[in-house]
Ligand binder design. Structure first.
Ligand code: ATP
Ligand code: MG
Length: 364
């Protein structure tokens, strides 16, 4: 009898072991939560997805670990399942781990048919979301391009007249306050043409005219262009340019535009934060790439915004101050150069933008 029982126990132990291994080899993050939202059991993928260890998770609230918050998330499928007794699903973006999750929950019943908790499956759909968004963006950009090309011309002509006539009037014998108002009309009209120019530049697809250039000279050139503004705004510039960098294939003017956009953003951020600042520009060789970094000690960028700043029309600036196109133009140009652009930042601690460009013939 005893040997029978031993055998049985052994079989049960093995079965449990097998289940545990199965549980752990599934790549979706699976957890079991109690009615009061406590994690009873999680698989290895769960611990990996939320960057913790299994020992530290058990008995914590699921919302703490999964959503990084202190109360149930609104639209929580677990609560939904507890209420209805039916499976539920929802999508969430989790800024604390930087992934997009698709959550599904199914009820667990006890012998009496009461719900004791849920099985909770979290799937990382970040890549799928990204592709969807890219497709949507491509569509939108194509239509913006057509629209921009179509209307820019029509808008430019009347704006040129507005600028021309306001200048003409300013030369006439008018009082100072009228002259001042005319000045505003003129500069606002000029700004409108600037926006149109940017839109057109953004919409126009052209292959860059790449030539061998020294990236340090682009940096120095751009800094000369900004020197006056920077002095006027108490911005100290430090450069740390690596000597003897190889020349790389770039479109000089486009790369100038990239650096200008990044540097102007940095200046605006520092002026807004402290009315002064330190801008640090460094160049380095890293493997088969040349990396340019632009660091400021301005406002910094929240985790949430970091994912959006390169999107066209994303801006946190007041209406009329920013079009939100600067960084999206940078990204397009850098991508056309087979390079990469990204930013690192924490709110209140400034930001660093990196542009990585491949050295000739080398893959990044
Ligand atoms: N150095 C920085 N520090 C803090 N926030 C930044 C920095 N650079 C960019 N950002 C954020 O990214 C957003 C998008 O920048 P982007 O250059 O694309 O547009 P913009 O500066 O708002 O407008 P535009 O460049 O078209 O005038 C900004 O509104 C700002 O919130
Ligand atoms: Mg900008």
């Amino acid at each position: 009898d005893i040997t029978e029982r031993k055998k049985m126990e052994e079989a049960i132990r093995r079965a449990a072991e097998e289940w545990k291994e199965t549980f752990d080899s599934i790549s979706d993050a699976i957890s079991i939560s109690s009615r009061d939202c406590r994690l009873l059991r999680v698989n290895q993928a769960f611990a990996d997805m939320f960057h913790t260890e299994r020992g530290k998770i058990v008995d914590k609230h699921c919302y703490e670990i999964m959503h990084g918050i202190n109360e149930p998330v609104s639209g929580c499928p677990h609560l939904e399942t507890l209420k209805t007794g039916k499976p539920a699903a929802a999508d969430f973006f989790e800024p604390h781990v930087g992934i997009h999750l698709e959550l599904t929950t199914s009820p667990i019943f006890d012998e009496r048919g009461e719900i004791t908790g849920t099985v909770h499956i979290a799937r990382d759909i970040t890549e799928r979301k990204r592709q969807e968004e890219q497709l949507m963006m491509a569509d939108r950009l194509a239509s913006i391009g057509e629209l921009a090309a179509g209307t820019a011309h029509e808008l430019n002509n009347p704006l040129t007249s507005v600028i021309g006539f306001s200048r003409l009037l300013m030369e006439k014998d008018v009082s100072d306050d009228i002259r001042e108002d005319l000045g505003i009309i003129c500069s606002e009209a000029q700004r409108a043409t600037e926006v149109i120019k940017q839109l057109l530049q953004f919409a126009r697809k052209r292959t860059p005219a790449e030539q061998l250039n020294q990236i340090n000279s682009v940096v120095e050139h751009v800094l000369r262009l900004r020197a006056y503004e920077q002095r006027a705004h108490n911005i100290e510039v430090r450069t740390d340019l690596a000597p003897a960098l190889p020349e790389i294939m770039i479109d000089y003017f486009q790369m100038q535009q990239v650096l200008l956009n990044i540097i102007i953003n940095a200046e605006q951020s520092m002026v807004e934060a402290n009315e002064r600042g330190t801008l640090t520009i460094a160049t380095r060789r890293r493997n088969s790439t040349v990396v340019i970094s632009v660091t400021d000690d301005g406002l910094g960028i929240s985790q949430e915004h970091l994912g959006q700043i390169f999107d066209p029309f994303f801006t946190t600036k007041k209406a009329g101050k920013g079009t939100g196109l600067g960084l999206s133009i940078c990204r397009r140009i850098v991508t056309e150069h087979s390079g990469q652009i990204y930013a690192r930042s924490r709110p209140g601690e400034g930001a660093t933008f990196y542009v990585e460009l491949p050295i000739n013939g080398a893959r990044p």
